[in-house]
Design a protein around this ligand. Structure first.
Ligand code: NAD
Length: 406
């Protein structure tokens, strides 16, 4: 066997010690660089960011862009999106796509691919622009990663989950059968433009849903962020992370900390070679719960159920103090996120854990909180511990239930 150096020392180097080479090992490294930036007023025609995003230096011909826009986003912002493209001289087409969890399938990916073919997207210089929530971003990302084996794209998240999570990492994906994100790739957008102004039109429940992903980061790595959520979370949700002069700096800090914390964890492990990831916190039982409950539970709500369970498990293991557990559950309640659901039954939780063990290559690698703001991985969670935690939460839920949650 011979290992190929990045550049062979001799163009005819097919003989080693007089013997023809019959086996080769190719080894190469692919540098990855992508940008995520808060970009206020992204649809203001005076702002060149969106027109320039993800493309090589502009040439003499007018730039061409295919935009894939989620249906609701098109209804709310379609006129501004088209006016922006016209004002910036972009030769453009808009593909409107309805995207939510039940439509997160390969059919949606194919519809984007068809739009790319119709538009005749060039291979490198015409990044596809995706404007929408996490589902739309994941679908467009997958289509672009498959199209000609890799086509650049730009993400403009319009939901809170998109802003702090789906828009900032490298993953794309769609659901397959009963499994969440079973088909997917690692294909980060060349650029992600974050404009929190889109949140102004998001309904309350979806803002709460995104806040669950922010809470995840707070619980496993950012105690200051937890305190900010305790002090301002309900108001931030009520005011859609906009607010007047008093609240705006808080919204800025919370969103900034969330994106920064997320990227800190992703950088260095973008392809998930390391399967112990603190950002998997809240994602051990939630994929199964979310898919089983569809369309009842939103992604962040399922993540919150998972975090509530693991917080109680951690308390019972002495990792979280009772007072800390109370603060965590009370904050979840204050954010109007669910802490228990009828699907949190021992058999379902066991199945969920079994699927996660397969996903994590045979070990639980289960992140548990340590106090508020720390985490540890365990491999020995038992069904009894899970059942006891679920029973505790069922009782807490019954005591504190807020109308609107199952
Ligand atoms: N790739 C990743 O790393 C990653 C990370 C986290 C989550 N995700 C995925 O993200 C998805 C959840 O994303 P989501 O919560 O954004 O849900 P979503 O994409 O379903 O969007 C929620 C709803 O918000 C509406 N909407 C979007 N923007 C709006 C706006 N500005 N105003 C009013 N309505 C608007 C949409 O019509 C949609 O019905 C899940 O499928 C999850 O797997 C992916």
């Amino acid at each position: 066997m011979t290992t190929l150096a990045p550049r062979p020392p001799h163009p005819h180097g097919l003989f080693t010690a007089g013997e023809p080479v019959r086996s080769w090992t190719v080894s190469t490294a692919k540098p990855v660089r992508y940008e995520v930036a808060f970009t206020p007023d992204v649809l203001d025609p005076r702002n060149p960011a969106l027109a320039r995003a993800g493309a090589p230096a502009p040439g003499p011909a007018p730039a061409r862009r295919l935009l894939v826009v989620e249906t609701t986003v098109d209804e709310l912002y379609g006129d501004r999106i088209r006016a922006y493209c016209t004002a910036r001289g972009l030769d453009h087409a808009v593909h409107v796509l309805t995207a939510h969890e039940r439509l997160k399938t390969m059919d949606a990916v194919f519809s984007v691919v068809e739009a790319m073919d119709r538009f005749g997207v060039a291979r490198r210089s015409e990044p596809v622009v995706a404007l929408g929530g996490g589902v739309l971003l994941d679908v467009v990302g997958l289509a672009c990663s498959l199209y000609r084996r890799s086509t650049p794209y730009v993400r403009v998240p319009t939901t809170l989950v998109g802003l702090v999570d789906a828009g900032v990492g490298a993953k794309t994906g769609v659901n397959f059968g009963p499994y969440k994100n079973r088909l997917g790739t690692y294909h980060p957008a060349a650029q992600t433009l974050l404009d929190p102004a889109f949140l102004a039109t998001l309904d309350r429940r979806h803002v709460g849903n995104g806040t669950a992903e922010i809470l995840k980061l707070a619980l496993i790595k950012d105690r200051a962020l937890f305190r900010l959520l305790e002090a301002y979370g309900p108001r931030l949700i009520a005011e859609r992370f906009q607010g007047g002069p008093a609240l705006r700096p808080v919204a800025r800090e919370v969103l900034g900390r969330a994106v920064h914390g997320m990227l800190e964890e992703l950088q260095g492990n973008l392809w998930e070679h390391e399967l112990e990831r603190v950002v998997d916190y809240g994602h051990s039982f939630s994929p199964t719960l979310e898919m089983r409950a569809l369309p009842e539970l939103l992604h962040g709500e399922a993540v919150c159920l998972d975090m509530a369970l693991t917080t109680v498990v951690a308390e019972r293991r002495g990792l979280v103090r009772p007072a800390e557990r109370r603060r965590v559950l009370d904050l979840m309640r204050a954010l109007r996120l669910p802490v228990w659901h009828r699907l949190c039954a021992p058999a379902v939780l066991e199945e969920a854990l079994a699927d996660t063990v397969r996903h994590r290559d045979g070990s639980q690698r289960l992140p548990l909180p340590v106090g508020i703001g720390g985490a540890v991985f365990v491999d020995d969670l038992t069904p009894d511990e899970l059942a006891a935690a679920a029973a505790h939460l069922k009782e807490y839920h019954a005591r504190t239930a807020v109308a609107g949650h199952a």
